[in-house]
Design a protein around this ligand. Sequence first.
Ligand code: APR
Length: 171
Amino acid sequence: MKKKPEDKIEIVQGDITKLEVDAIVNAANTTLLGGGGVDGAIHRAAGPELLAECRTLGGCQPGEAKITRGYRLPARFVIHTVGPVWRGGKRGEPETLANCYRNSLQVAVENGIRTIAFPAISCGAYGYPIEEAAQIAVNTTREFLATTDQIEKVIFVLWDEDVYKTYRRIL
Ligand code: APR
């Protein structure tokens, strides 16, 4: 029996580096050479081989997505994407953020990934308003899941209580 897209989406509060899924998505920057926030947590948990592989990727444009192995993470893969820096919403931020989710899911499908976890992309250092970002995350993911059965489960893993509550309210 075909599952509806919303039945494939889960929202949890926690640390994405602990998730035993095929792939976790990293909210990276254009260098792909690590940083703070979830980027820092993923690199710390994955170990130095992750940075070594990232160095071979030649960076990543905002909205694009690139895949590496997960190394010491429980997840087999990391899909690195670069969210938009919030500059008021008139600089294409919504479209760039939607592309982060769409392109990460597309890369997952291309690599036979069935379960994938996302953090709240751009909702930390990049300052995106939580409500709008959560709406884009859920809507873009729902639309994508309606186009393919390849993805079995998408988990939004929220670190902060307020971000978690916002996502729950939206779904
Ligand atoms: N698991 C899940 N979510 C986390 C974790 C974690 N271990 N650590 C932080 N987060 C949450 C933050 O609380 C925030 O809600 O991830 C969300 C995204 O915040 P950032 O990590 O700051 O990412 P972003 O806003 O996209 O900014 C990216 O910050 O870390 C640098 O290199 C990164 O330059 C890039 C920028």
